[in-house]
Design a protein around this ligand. Structure first.
Ligand SMILES: *Cc1c(COP(=O)(O)O)cnc(C)c1O
Ligand SMILES: [Zn+2]
Length: 501
């Protein structure tokens, strides 16, 4: 739609302008650093950074109503860079010119109300936000679109050239990094480090297909992360893990979309998110705080983080109710079907601690909770969700299990509308589904399939028909016989009633 066709009171705001003053902000020593260079940790204390807009007060100049209208009408714009996460440009990258923004179809993922019977059984009104419907089939694309738009801006302005982008990954970060890197060929080359045999074949195929250099490392994600950190400390590379604060910024779009989908009324909304390296939950909290501070939302929704008992350092940290006695300890992970969250030492833990404090403070009550679920619950819940018409990945199953746990613990009740994050597409984890159906999980997973949830293909091959060799079709009579016998076998299998005419 053309600018002149938008309501007059928002016309001058409908296409965002470059604005704001972004700086890296150290959560530990409170130093600020210029964003004209790629920084991952604080040069003076080594702590992780967050990006802060020092001029965020300017965002309060518009009323909540105006912002709502601007975001709603922006859906009608046909400007590539503003079709995805940058619909919220003022909040997640306002210093970047529109011409540098990259859009590969990320963001605006659907929020789907759960199957009616499933909602009744559980007794909670809930939705799946299908972040697996992003271009590389996980939410990581949100952060990558932002980080790569920033790098694109540095390339276009002549600050950077011949970028080697690098990341460690549990599978999805590398898929997203490789995709966005490939789109910016030849300016960017991408290399990814994966824990050997700890990503699914689908996830491994993604960076290979995008032409990235793929390294497999013995060990788990936490080991790969250490190697990547060493590389980024000593060589000229662009680190694309969520340690990179631009990733967090882009991932805030998830919470903005939810605010918009609920017409900015979040007082009885709860968001359930899986926690791995803790970038996602950091972004969700930070995004909501920013919308709250600009007056766009009046209430902060409840947030429930979920971890598997096989990788639960954040859950353990918050088990201690006395904040002064809390002490973060990394854990050694065990095999988990929520493999993208199989992380024992989350890089964003300092950010989580900082943001949870702020979030609870603004809420005036404890409003962020972390629950723990078993591998069995994760797998059962994923299969159940998908049996009822959803496309949840194992982490989507983890969220459903987490919601059920939160109801039992009275963290939420039937007054809430709950949004579960299906962080990736079910297809990325179809191997785990197969293992469930065929009961072939290694004992360490501690998963025993439930009979009623298993499903198998059935081969129908009428006995008394000789199938011809490939390339040599059946003669017409034999083929008719084949069709008749096969269809009657299927009909008897399905107990179909015969038609009278
Ligand atoms: C990365 C990832 C997670 C974990 O998110 P963090 O930001 O690392 O906490 C969960 N699910 C999927 C599918 C992921 O790719
Ligand atoms: Zn510092």
């Amino acid at each position: 739609m053309n600018t002149s066709e938008f309501p007059e009171d928002i016309q001058e705001h409908i296409i965002p302008k470059v604005s704001g003053n972004y700086e890296y902000h150290c959560l530990n020593c409170c130093n600020v650093w210029d964003i004209d260079q790629l920084l991952y940790t604080c040069p003076s204390c080594g702590h992780v950074l967050m990006i802060k807009d020092q001029q965020s007060d300017r965002l309060k100049q518009l009323t909540a109503k105006q912002w709502h209208k601007i975001f709603n009408y922006r859906k009608l714009l046909n400007i590539q860079g503003l079709k995805g996460i940058f619909r919220y440009h003022e909040f997640l990258g306002s210093v970047l010119p529109i011409t540098s923004l990259i859009y590969l179809g990320e963001g605006h993922t659907p929020m789907i109300e759960a199957n009616e019977m499933l909602q009744k059984q559980i007794g909670i009104r809930f939705y799946y936000k299908n972040d697996g419907q992003n271009p590389s089939a996980s939410f990581k694309d949100r952060g990558m679109a932002c980080a790569l738009s920033y790098i694109n801006h540095l390339i276009r302005s002549g600050t950077l050239s011949e970028v080697l982008a690098i990341c460690a990954s549990t599978g999805d970060t590398s898929a997203a990094a490789a995709l966005y890197g490939a789109y910016l060929s030849p300016h960017i080359k991408t290399a990814v480090l994966l824990p050997h045999k700890k990503v699914t074949p689908q996830q491994l195929s993604q960076p290979l297909g995008s032409g990235a250099k793929v390294f497999e490392i013995p060990g788990v994600f936490d080991d790969c992360m250490k190697v990547v950190e060493a590389l980024s400390d000593h060589y000229h590379v662009a680190l694309l893990n969520s340690k990179n604060a631009w990733r967090i910024l882009g991932q805030e779009s998830y919470s903005y979309e939810i605010a918009q989908d609920f017409d900015y009324q979040l007082s009885s909304v709860a968001l359930v998110v899986p926690i791995g390296n803790a970038g996602n939950i950091t972004a969700v909290m930070n995004g909501l705080i920013k919308f709250y501070q600009a007056g766009i939302i009046k209430d902060l929704p409840r947030i429930i983080g979920v971890q598997s008992s096989h990788a639960d350092p954040v859950f353990r940290y918050y088990q201690e109710k006395d904040a002064n006695k809390r002490n973060f300890k990394p854990v050694t992970v065990k095999p988990s079907v929520a493999q993208a969250a199989m992380i024992g030492n989350p890089v964003s833990m300092p950010r989580v601690i900082n943001r949870v404090n702020r979030y609870n403070e603004i809420s005036g009550k404890e409003n962020v909770f972390v629950v723990q679920v078993t591998e069995q619950q994760i797998m059962d819940c994923q299969i159940i969700a998908n049996k009822y018409g959803h496309i949840a990945c194992t982490h989507g199953g983890e969220c459903l299990a987490g919601m059920i746990t939160a109801v039992k613990q009275k963290i939420i009740d039937d007054q809430y509308h709950v949004v579960l994050d299906s962080t990736a597409h079910a297809l990325k984890f179809s191997g785990f589904q197969n293992q469930y159906f065929q009961n072939t999980f290694e004992p360490e997973f501690e998963i025993i399939p439930k009979n009623e949830l298993q499903n198998f293909p059935e081969l129908i091959k009428p006995k008394d028909i000789k199938l011809p060799a490939p390339g040599a079709p059946l003669d017409p009579d034999s083929f008719q016989l084949f069709v008749n016998k096969t269809s009657s076998e299927i009909a008897s299998c399905l107990q179909l009633k015969k038609r009278s005419i």
